[in-house]
Design a binder for this molecule. Structure first.
Ligand code: SF4
Ligand code: SF4
Length: 87
């Protein structure tokens, strides 16, 4: 199975893992992932619950993701799932 790969500066290959989903059960809406993503992929989303509204992160521009996984590394709740893409 061949996946899309990128090149490092020394021209060696690496395999990007693109953001697949964010688990809204785990997300606490801290916003760390949205601040760290330099590609505008993530956005806050508000969901109305019975007595209050909850804010959490959502994938709003998946097509802009470069697969760096920085968002997942900054998430203390381990709410992210990633996947490589087939070439
Ligand atoms: S860093 Fe994790 S917990 Fe914080 S908003 Fe992003 S997904 Fe939610
Ligand atoms: S993997 Fe990188 S580019 Fe993609 S959403 Fe996370 S921080 Fe942004």
């Amino acid at each position: 199975m061949a996946y899309i790969t990128g090149l490092r500066r020394d021209r060696s290959e690496w395999t990007p893992k693109f953001v697949k989903s964010i688990d809204s059960e785990k997300c606490i809406g801290c916003g760390r992932c949205m601040k760290i993503c330099a590609h505008g992929v993530l956005a806050p989303k508000e969901v109305d619950e019975e007595d209050s509204a909850k804010m959490f992160a959502s994938v709003s521009n998946a097509e802009n993701c470069i697969g760096c996984e920085a968002c997942g590394r900054t998430c203390k709740k381990k709410a992210f799932a990633f996947e490589p893409l087939m070439a």
